[in-house]
Each structure stands twice: as C-alpha cells, then as structure tokens.
Design a binder for this molecule. Structure first.
Ligand SMILES: Nc1ncnc2c1ncn2[C@@H]1O[C@H](COP(=O)(O)OP(=O)(O)OP(=O)(O)O)[C@@H](O)[C@H]1O
Length: 328
C-alpha cells in the first residue's frame, strides 16, 4: 500500500452559500450527507459528545467501510443514519430524506423502503421460527407487495446470494455466515437504496466473514445498492473501495482502493491513504508520521507550488534541549 498521506480537500471545503462563483450545496450530488453532525448524550449531569462535528459524504453506488476504535462513535452514526436516533445538531440526509426533520410516519417509511440493515447479532436479523425464504418475504408483506411477487423476489435474492438450496431451512439450521447471507437478502427485500451493516462479520471467522462481504458486494454490484459497513476491523479495507476512519466522533482519514492497469495490461490494486481536511482547514497527521519526525505541539508550514511542507518546530526542539541541559 502506498503510504502517501494526501490531504483531500473535503467537499466541505467547497464554497459556502454566497462564496465564490457557481457555489452549490455541500454534498448536493451525494446519497448520504453528514454535515457537522453532533450527537450529545446526557447521562445524569454529564454530557457525552459521541459525535463532535462529523462530516461524511457517500455517493450513490459506493461500498464504504467506516472503521474506528471502540467508543469512536460508529454505532451512534449508524443509529442516526438508520433513523433510530436523532442528532443533536448538524445535518444528516440520506437519499433526499432529512433525518433531523422526519415525522413518525416518514421514519417508518424510510426504515421500511429506503434503507436496509444487517446487525452483528444474527438473532436480531432473522425470526427463528420462519424459514429463510419466509424471513425474506416478511418485509415485502409489510410493504404491501403482492404475494406472488414477494415469493419470486425472495427466491431470486436467496439464489443470488448462494442460499437458494437452503431457502426452506430455519435460522437454527444454518451456519452463522449463512444466516448473515439470509440477513442480506432480508435487508434487500424492499429494494432499498442503501444497506447499512453494523459489524456484520463480528461473530464470524475470517473465511465466513469473507462470504458475507461477497454477499454485500453482490448487493452493491448486481443490484446497485450503496453499502455502508461499520466495523472496528481495520483490515476491512481490502473488502471495500473506500474506508473512512472515525476518531473521537470525527472522520480522520480515508483509504481509497483503485485498480491500475500497467502498460502490459496487468492490473494491480493500489490503496492510497488520505487525511481528511475539514471546513476549518484542520487535518490530522497520522501518529507514525508524528513520531517519526518528532512533530508535536506546533509545526512549521510552508506553502510550495503544489504542496504544503510540514516541519518540526526547530526552535522549540533547540529550546527543549537547552532546558534539558540546564536541568542536568
Ligand atoms: N445511549 C448512550 N448514552 C450515553 N452515552 C452513550 C450512549 N451511546 C453511546 N454513548 C457514548 O458515546 C460514545 C460513542 O459510542 P458509540 O457506541 O457510538 O461508539 P462505537 O465506536 O460504536 O463503539 P463500539 O465499537 O464499542 O460499539 C462513547 O463514549 C459511548 O460511551
């Protein structure tokens, strides 16, 4: 993987209202827009800032992983995007639905028809007393799809995900990976524009996890669903086109994978890491870069023709040494 950290001007850096010519709304062409999203939980007298001004854009047809350590805000973000929770401030929009201003009826329609979910706990995805095909039929029945059409779609989806021969088994008669593949079919039943998956492979070994990712990729490439997977597993970047890292309730870096074809026609996958630059111009330098050059407290910046140089504060390190000498 190339280790160039390139700071991408986050789309947030685009001109705001009234700024510059031809300005357009932030994320106008994105399917998922989080703009300065804040979620504060009040626990007795203490405020917990789970999201601290998170910016994120996901475009139609993307398959994106959101990674971050425990407590970084991943579940909070997913709960908001899936319509289960409401942010404290900021803007969140999915497929044209404003998630801060939805009525209860809107929320129901949104959850039933616009988005689909796969949760980590297989038991949360499927009803244990229904067969695989009956589980897939159920959301279509709630949405009012005709009986014959829902049966046909359920069968097609299970076949597409390699579960056609096990359509009449109950979840208890399926492996964990197979249950998650059925869960993907359930989530796709009402033709959602977006699939959200929360640690969908968390309870599985890596080989079985790969099968679940293959099912999510099929949903993405064959049905055109935009897929967002939340996980603490940083190794997930090999499974998706783009990985967005969250730290302390904010997006901090991204890894983008693309296929390059050389002059002999051989293709290879190149992964490039980007630092996210926010509207205020803040970006986070990776820890290994900071420690390699002893960057801390403040750095010297220099604007070059096509890049910005970042240097350790030489004056401060000299002073630091002087202090140490003085102290000895
Ligand atoms: N309902 C809640 N009430 C109070 N604090 C909460 C609540 N939910 C989450 N938090 C806090 O918000 C922060 C972000 O939590 P969140 O669950 O979103 O993180 P996460 O990245 O999903 O973690 P994990 O990988 O462990 O699930 C944490 O400090 C957490 O303790």
């Amino acid at each position: 993987m190339t280790q160039t950290v390139t700071s991408v001007a986050s789309p947030l850096a685009a001109p705001g209202p009234g700024q510059g010519a031809g300005h357009h709304e932030y994320g106008a062409d994105a399917l998922i827009v989080c703009d300065n999203l804040v979620r504060i939980y009040q626990v007795e007298q203490i405020e917990v800032q789970a999201l601290q001004g998170l910016d994120l854009l996901i475009h139609p047809g993307e398959m994106v992983a959101i990674v971050g350590a425990s407590g970084s805000g991943k579940s909070t973000l997913l709960n908001i995007l899936s319509g289960l929770d409401v942010p404290t401030a900021g803007r969140a929009r999915v497929a044209g639905w404003d998630l801060l201003h939805m009525t209860t009826a809107d929320r129901l329609a949104y959850r039933r028809e616009v988005v689909g979910f796969i949760w980590q706990q297989t038991a949360r995805n499927l009803l244990p007393y229904l067969t695989a095909v009956e589980n897939v039929v159920l959301p279509m029945a709630f949405a009012g799809t005709r009986a014959r059409a829902r049966r046909r779609r359920a069968t097609e989806l299970l076949e597409m995900l390699g579960m056609g021969d096990k359509a009449h088994r109950r979840p208890g008669e399926l492996s964990g990976g197979e249950q998650q593949r059925v869960a993907v079919a359930v989530a796709l039943a009402n033709r959602p524009q977006v699939l959200f998956a929360d640690e969908p492979t968390g309870e599985l070994d890596s080989a079985t996890g790969d099968e679940v990712f293959a099912a999510l990729r099929a949903a993405n490439t064959q049905l055109g669903a935009t897929v967002v997977v939340v996980t603490h597993d940083e190794g997930v970047h090999t499974q998706v086109q783009r990985t967005v890292a969250i730290r302390d309730g904010r997006t901090s870096s991204e890894v983008v994978r693309r296929t390059e074809v050389d002059e002999f026609g051989a293709s290879s996958v190149v992964a490039e890491e980007y630092a996210v630059l926010d509207r205020a111009g803040r970006l986070q330098l990776p820890k290994d870069y900071r420690s390699a050059l002893g960057l801390r407290d403040r750095v010297r910046l220099e604007l070059e023709q096509d890049h910005v140089g970042v240097w350790p504060d030489a004056g401060r390190s000299r002073r630091g040494r002087g202090d140490e000498e003085g102290a000895s």
